[in-house]
Write a protein that binds this ligand. Structure first.
Ligand SMILES: Cc1cc2nc3c(=O)[nH]c(=O)nc-3n(C[C@H](O)[C@H](O)[C@H](O)COP(=O)(O)OP(=O)(O)OC[C@H]3O[C@@H](n4cnc5c(N)ncnc54)[C@H](O)[C@@H]3O)c2cc1C
Length: 482
């Protein structure tokens, strides 16, 4: 029986962030540890309401009230079992998810929602500390083998589900290390790579095989893969960055965000000797107000930028949930990433019109203020602005997956929004070739990538054996951006 008045006794709390001057000196995660008792109190705020809307808010269908209650009672191992029943990698989502579950928490109708994400992370970290990431290898082998292209959360979740179902799974990754955007997109101050490494050990122990520095289409052909394996899963992400075609784009010092972040993250982990793009001493302008921009923001501050300015074409969102997104919809409201409180400036409601340069290098950016309208930007009169800058990072999102190379070679269908098309079984138009994660739905979230990886594994299992016991959390028709 839950504590029905837990939320009256305990206000919502989340972990505090380390002092800004300290955290700007290193790349460690910004949050302070959150104690077990604190976590139990936060879990006790869950009312176990009759219809837990948080289940629907979470793409994985996480059994949130169940593990909240187990944590409240201090039954951490059982909580971990219930959490892992629906989520292969709660330590990733506990740190990185924007937590749509909290937006649909019933307590949020009249009070602050339960700190679900914190409880999730604490259960996951508790499991790691107490040896709870023990491998769960399959009891037998089906004799089938699956190639997974791409080692982001979608590919990893699918591979783990497949080996647990008794198939052999080999993950092919073009980069030198495993993890996709969690390795080289997302900076260490959001998630330490040791968290990823601990989980990878479990996958290896369960039998997942990894082949790195292998770009399918170059180092191995898709035909070879199809000959060697009984099915192929494409989990290659949506990596094509959106460009900004305005005057002066050719100038030196203007880069896509991922060109910057990948180099910075490799330098931090020690696999690159020097920084190709260094923000030290530069006046950095980040064009784009989303997560990728915020990651550039925190990275530039840690590198010692002279100034950092992040531009958002959208107007400043309200501090509290906007009436256009009532409960249980994911709330439109101002989001302040840890990086945003570390210095720098955010500017809302501006559109970039042209770059200026001196001796071939960017020296300034011209802007207009106004309002985003469907299909364009309505400029207010007399709002021209100029920013001095010598490093510009374009964080305007991603147009979709790379569809030249083996995708074109196989003749795979592509949706109107540029993603690889698939049916309700996550199968492409080529039998035996499946797609999951950002490659199939466009740039999205880790929680969706895990959910799709799990579902695609179920689809593949059914294709290979005619049935499946793997859970099937999400249908692509609901998920795909068509
Ligand atoms: C900077 C940044 C920050 C983000 N922050 C967050 C966040 O805080 N929270 C959140 O939920 N989401 C975040 N996201 C989104 C999230 O990272 C993605 O939605 C998620 O990683 C998608 O997973 P995926 O497995 O589909 O693809 P990816 O993680 O993109 O992995 C795809 C992998 O496929 C490999 N690959 C591609 N082509 C080939 C080939 N031909 N051969 C072999 N390998 C190939 C790539 O090298 C890559 O490793 C962020 C995204 C970015 C860019």
């Amino acid at each position: 029986m839950v504590d029905p008045s837990g939320f009256l006794k305990h206000p919502r709390r989340t972990p505090t962030r380390r002092p800004i001057p300290l955290r700007l000196k290193d790349w460690r995660e910004v949050y302070q540890p959150f104690g077990e008792t604190d976590t139990q109190q936060q879990a006790a705020r869950c009312m176990d309401c009759g219809i837990p809307f948080c289940h629907n808010g979470c793409p994985l269908g996480n059994l949130i009230p169940e593990w909240n209650e187990l944590v409240r009672l201090g039954r951490w191992d059982e909580a971990s079992d219930r959490l892992h029943a629906t989520n292969n990698f709660p330590e990733f989502t506990g740190r990185l998810c924007p937590a749509p579950c909290e937006g649909s928490c019933v307590l949020g109708i009249g009070d602050d929602p339960v700190s679900i994400k914190v409880v999730e992370q604490q259960i996951a970290d508790h499991a790691v500390r107490s040896g709870g990431l023990a491998p769960h290898p399959a009891v037998g082998s089906t004799g089938f083998s699956v190639a997974v292209i791409g080692s982001g959360p979608a590919g990893l979740a699918a591979a783990q589900q497949l080996v647990r179902a008794g198939h052999a799974a080999t993950v092919y990754e073009r980069d030198g290390r495993i993890g996709g955007l969690m390795r080289y997109g997302i900076p260490e101050f959001k998630m330490d790579s040791s968290v990823l490494d601990a989980r990878l050990e479990q996958l290896v122990a369960e039998g997942v095989r990894f082949v790195t520095n292998c770009k399918i289409g170059i180092d191995a052909s898709i035909d070879e893969l199809r000959e060697q394996h009984d099915a192929v899963l494409i989990a290659t992400g949506a990596t094509v960055g959106r460009e900004l075609e305005i005057e002066g784009r050719h100038l030196e010092g203007i880069h896509l965000a991922m060109e910057y972040l990948v180099g910075a993250n490799k330098f931090v982990e020690g696999t690159a000797d020097s920084l190709q793009i260094d923000a030290a001493g530069r006046n950095v302008v980040i064009i784009g107000g989303g997560d990728t921009g915020a990651d550039c923001y925190g990275t530039a501050l840690r590198q010692g930028a002279a100034s950092v300015t992040q531009l958002d074409i959208h107007g400043r969102p309200p501090e509290i949930r906007h009436e256009s997104t009532p409960w249980p919809v994911y709330p439109l409201m101002l989001r302040v990433a840890a990086a945003h409180e570390e210095g720098g400036e955010r500017v809302f409601g501006v559109n970039s019109t042209s770059f200026e340069g001196v001796d071939g290098r960017v020296s300034g950016l011209n802007l207009v203020a106004g309002q985003r309208v469907p299909g364009g930007f309505l400029t207010s009169d007399g709002t021209d602005k100029h920013l001095q800058t010598d490093l510009v990072l374009l964080a305007l999102g991603f147009t979709g997956p790379e569809t030249d190379g083996f995708v074109a070679e196989l003749g795979l269908g592509v949706t109107g929004r540029g993603a690889i098309d698939r049916d309700e079984e996550y199968s492409t138009n080529v039998p035996g070739v499946f797609v999951a994660g950002d490659a199939g739905r466009g740039q999205s979230l880790i929680v969706w990538a895990i959910a799709e990886g799990r579902s695609a594994a179920a689809g593949i299992d059914r294709y290979l054996t005619g049935r499946t016991a793997l859970p099937d959390p999400v249908e692509p028709s609901a998920a795909a951006l068509r």
